[in-house]
Design a binder for this molecule. Structure first.
Ligand code: MEV
Length: 453
């Protein structure tokens, strides 16, 4: 493809002090410089502003240079039975079949004992990276003293979290990747119901200053070894000990029949094979895990948690054994079908945007105001239900059958079908294959039949 010439296009336009312009000023600059129909675009961008100015201010404060809102559907998936409790799960996603798949998976398992879930840990992690050419066993030996110094120096930051039952856990000295003179302290944190990013980062910045002070003032070190360089202090989004497991199980016979002569046993075997493939082959594993995150991310977004952190961590965990593999497993033994998902999920239900975002607040209310552990179980269960439905479709009808059925609505919208045309199309395509072309032809047919009348 030919490259666009530099500077002669709209993308070559720059501006100083953009962030200082008013919201209307920002929009004006954008529409005048980047769009062919400035008036319409301005109108459109402003049409998404919240009618309540206070609510809009809250949203504007989330991000620099906010000029409008970006609407996504806010959906719910009912019939989640998790550990004997029913939930209607809020999901934010743009992909048409995701909520339908999660709901179908949840309903399937609701009729077979529900989903089980368990949190095995909520430990979060942070790192202090530094350069030092001194003897690392000095730090190792003095770690209890250094730790105490760090905790004393950060007492104000720690106070509230400690009162809530959280705080600082183990500190481990590491030398990653053999980088010359580079070392790190890996520090564990318990942040209770908050995701705790701000708390952890504030602690780490204070801890790294304490560490530097300890080293540079230590009388037990030579002058040369008192030179210490802080590189960075930041939480790690890899939290393999903030782990949740969700699983379903039932006698293979109770899986039921799947049409086309597929028995419960055939289904179980084929399902098992599909998961084995995702265990063995990274090409399949990425798509398989993407399906899991279709469910998890939608809940994470609906509750204003950090979906980028959750994804990055989940994929690193999927590769923890040196090869990227499926996050879910399937087991067929003793006549039982067992399907499980294990995934690290650093989620919070207090702090961050969870209380600020008006819809996130409602999401949590819809879920019965869960704590972080409960939310981890709900999100993992949604990922499991999603994964189950995706594999069920893949090994029975094929994924396009369901996808295109859901997509039919989008196609009809794009082709500007009337309500009557939409109804006719829905029943016409109930047992037919949906494609853009097929829907276009169908509409043309009924439109010309109407014109002839
Ligand atoms: C589509 O968003 C997700 C799937 O591709 C997942 C999968 O293949 O398991 C259907």
């Amino acid at each position: 493809m030919a490259e666009r010439p530099a500077d002669k296009t709209a993308t070559g336009k720059t501006i100083a002090g953009f962030s200082k312009l008013s919201k209307r000023g920002k929009i004006k600059w954008i529409v005048e410089n980047f769009f062919k129909d400035p008036e319409n675009v301005m109108h459109e961008l402003m049409s998404y502003w919240h009618h309540n100015e206070d609510q809009q201010k809250i949203l504007d404060n989330f991000s620099e240079n906010a000029i409008s809102n970006y609407p996504l559907p806010y959906s719910v998936a009912p019939n989640f039975l998790i550990n004997g409790r029913t939930y209607c799960v809020p999901m934010v996603t743009e992909e048409s079949s995701v909520v339908a798949a999660a709901s179908a998976g949840a309903k399937f398992w609701m009729e077979r004992g529900g989903i089980h879930a368990m949190v095995s840990g909520t430990t979060k992690l942070g790192q202090i990276h530094f350069k030092w050419n001194g003897p690392l066993d000095f730090i190792e030996q003095h770690l209890p003293e250094i730790r105490q110094q760090m905790l004393d120096d950060a007492a104000d930051i720690l106070k509230n979290m400690q009162a809530r039952g959280g705080g600082v856990g183990d500190m481990t000295l590491r030398t990653p990747g053999g980088l010359p003179h580079c070392a790190q302290l890996l520090i564990a944190f318990e942040t209770c119901d908050s995701m705790g990013a701000n708390f952890i980062n504030s602690c780490l910045e204070s801890f790294s200053a304490s560490l530097e002070r300890y080293i540079t003032h230590s009388e037990g070190l030579s002058d040369d070894h008192r030179e210490f360089e802080r590189i960075m202090a930041i939480l790690s989004n890899y939290t393999p000990d903030c782990l949740v497991r969700a699983w379903v199980e039932c006698p293979i016979k109770a899986l039921g029949n799947f049409g086309g002569g597929m028995t419960a046993e055939d289904f179980a075997e084929k399902f098992h094979a599909a998961v084995q493939i995702a265990q063995a082959d990274p090409y399949r594993a990425v798509t398989h895990n993407k399906g899991i995150f279709n469910g998890i991310d939608a809940v994470v977004l609906a509750t204003a948690n950090d979906f980028r952190a959750v994804e990055a961590c989940g994929h690193a965990y999927a590769a923890r054994n040196g090869r990227y593999a499926s996050l879910s497993t399937c087991d067929l033994r003793d006549g039982l079908f067992r399907f499980a998902l294990e995934v690290p999920l650093a989620l919070g239900t207090v702090g961050g945007l969870t209380a600020l975002h008006p819809m996130a607040r409602r999401s949590l209310e819809l879920l019965g105001n869960p704590g972080a552990r409960e939310l981890m179980m709900i999100a993992a269960s949604t990922g499991l239900a999603q994964n189950f439905s995706a594999i069920r479709s893949l090994i029975t009808t094929g994924i396009q059958y369901g996808h295109m059925k859901m997509h039919l609505r989008n196609i009809l919208l794009r082709l500007q079908a009337t309500e009557t045309e939409r109804d006719l199309a829905q029943s016409h395509f109930a047992d037919r294959k949906v494609s853009f072309r097929a829907v276009q032809d169908f509409l043309q047919q009924i439109r010309s039949a109407t014109n002839e009348r």
